[in-house]
Design a protein around this ligand. Structure first.
Ligand SMILES: Cc1cc2nc3c(=O)[nH]c(=O)nc-3n(C[C@H](O)[C@H](O)[C@H](O)COP(=O)(O)OP(=O)(O)OC[C@H]3O[C@@H](n4cnc5c(N)ncnc54)[C@H](O)[C@@H]3O)c2cc1C
Length: 453
């Protein structure tokens, strides 16, 4: 295994800097055992890292050990309805391999860089299909991992349902996962449509979309109180043929959206002019998505985007909170008021469209963001900067006051009070479980020590 001392390493886009005493890249499960057991050579906390695409700072403490899982990235076995991979394999690579075999993941995220080890143990999502799960880790049926004391363990959903439920929300605190088995299904063409509407109309139409069996994702344009709704549904009657239309959308997310926004910012000193230019940019975007990204025979795999490391200034940053479906539309109105008031008070506006996902109830992962029932999320997005980070702190307060559910990996600047309010007894249960599994705190970093204390 590769071992380097005293390194500086940054998250994918450079938002977070880490200075681990040791950066280690295991190639076998035995390497991970050695790392976890050798307390002097590999100082605590020992924290696994995937692609480091989490928006929260959660890949370890300065002076500790970072375990880069990306060298363990082999696809080990394709089954009829599952695939088994090493934990450092990325979603987009495995998805492409599934495609060649007529298979697909149950949930196709926007992000392709997420590693399967992170996906098995942290919170990830896309808009849910009725009858599915809300959190992707819930599709994980078995895991192999090295425990905090350095033993190898295998668990699966049939023999260890409770342990699987806790592991699916364990964020590397209960063990370093080296192998994941996740359920897959035959490839089915997707029917995709986009509709642009006022926020008030979205409230009226949402129950209809749900009743019609659509997975509902949306872009929110709070300053003009409009929503662009993306509806997806399986279309088993046809062969998938369309890929390009997703490609246009993906390019917007990955590059052109941030690039145009920054181009406007650089060329407009007059605030009113900039707002008008942003408005025009987003109007064209909505029209483009409605007219172009529509097909009854889309490849589901094509939705997944590669966000490479070091994207330069053209980066897409976001934070996420989920809200109970029954309260969501009132909170969405309040969110539009909140960003207007924040703009008036500070002069700051989020410079990319906010997004959101409708997510079904899911109790297969202990710290699920839809434990109590179906949720809808509000995920503000931006090209980043100090003012964005200040906005996020205020946004966290807004959401916490309204009973929102954060995601430990996708909600930066979360406070202990906000985490405890959101997860209450479940967080206590998880903290107790963790204490028993890791009494020496071998895998516990300061981020989780604070949130769980
Ligand atoms: C541009 C962008 C777009 C995104 N789009 C989406 C999206 O569409 N849907 C979505 O759900 N999320 C999205 N995300 C968020 C991202 O998927 C999650 O934050 C995910 O956890 C990142 O995975 P990673 O491999 O980078 O893990 P990391 O960020 O490196 O780690 C996340 C957590 O998992 C733990 N971990 C990592 N590997 C292991 C392992 N082998 N064993 C045990 N624990 C481990 C880490 O310790 C850490 O606690 C997006 C992020 C970005 C930056």
């Amino acid at each position: 295994m590769d071992i380097t001392d005293d390194v500086t390493i940054r998250s994918w886009d450079g938002t977070w800097t880490y200075r681990p005493k040791v950066l280690v890249t295991p190639e076998t499960p035995e390497d991970i055992v050695e790392v976890v057991k050798s307390v002097v050579r590999f100082p605590s906390p020992v924290r696994p890292a995937g692609s480091m695409h989490s928006t929260a700072r959660m890949n370890g403490d300065d002076g500790g050990t970072m375990v880069d899982m990306k060298a363990m990235n082999r696809i080990l076995k394709f089954g009829e309805d599952s695939v088994t991979v090493e934990a450092g394999a990325t979603y987009i690579v495995v998805s492409n391999a599934l495609k060649e075999r007529g298979l697909q993941f149950h949930v196709t995220t926007e992000i392709g860089n997420v590693t399967l080890g992170a996906m098995a143990t942290a919170a990830t999502k896309d808009s849910s299909f009725p009858g599915g799960y809300g959190q992707i880790s819930s599709y994980v049926s078995a895991m192999r991992f090295v425990t905090p004391s350095g033993d190898m363990r295998v668990i699966n959903e049939r023999d260890n349902p409770e342990e699987m439920q806790v592991m699916r929300s364990s964020y590397g605190l209960l063990g370093i996962v080296y192998e994941v088995t996740i359920k897959v299904r035959p490839t089915t063409a997707l029917s995709v449509r986009h509709h642009s509407m006022a926020v008030a109309d979205f409230r009226k139409r949402f129950p209809v979309y749900k009743a019609q069996g659509f997975a509902v994702m949306y872009y929110i344009f709070p300053y003009v109180r409009r929503v662009l709704v993306e509806l997806r549904k399986d279309n088993p009657g046809v062969q998938p043929v369309s890929r390009r239309r997703w490609t246009y959308r993906n390019r917007f997310w990955r590059k052109y959206g941030p690039a145009i926004t920054l181009w406007i910012k650089a060329r407009t000193t007059n605030r009113r002019l900039r707002e008008a230019a942003d408005k025009l940019h987003f109007f064209i975007l909505r029209q483009g998505l409605v007219r172009v990204v529509r097909s009854d025979a889309t490849w589901p795999h094509a939705q997944i985007i590669n966000y490479p490391r070091d994207p330069g200034p053209y980066k897409y940053l976001f934070s996420m909170w989920a809200f109970a479906e029954r309260n969501f539309f009132k909170i969405l109105d309040e969110y539009c008021d909140f960003v207007d008031a924040y703009d008036k008070r500070t002069g700051y506006r989020c410079d990319l469209p906010c997004v959101g996902y409708s997510i079904v109830q899911d109790r297969e992962a202990l710290l699920s963001y839809s434990w109590e029932g179906p949720t809808l999320s509000i995920d503000p997005a931006s090209t980043g900067g100090k003012e964005w980070e200040e906005f996020l702190r205020a946004y966290n307060e807004f959401c916490s006051a309204r009973g929102g559910q954060p995601l430990f990996n996708q909600t930066p600047f979360l406070t202990r009070e906000q985490a405890q309010k959101a997860f209450a007894e479940r967080l206590k249960l998880f903290a107790d479980y963790r204490r028993q599994a890791d009494p020496e705190n071998r895998l516990l970093d300061s981020y989780f020590r604070d949130l769980l204390s």
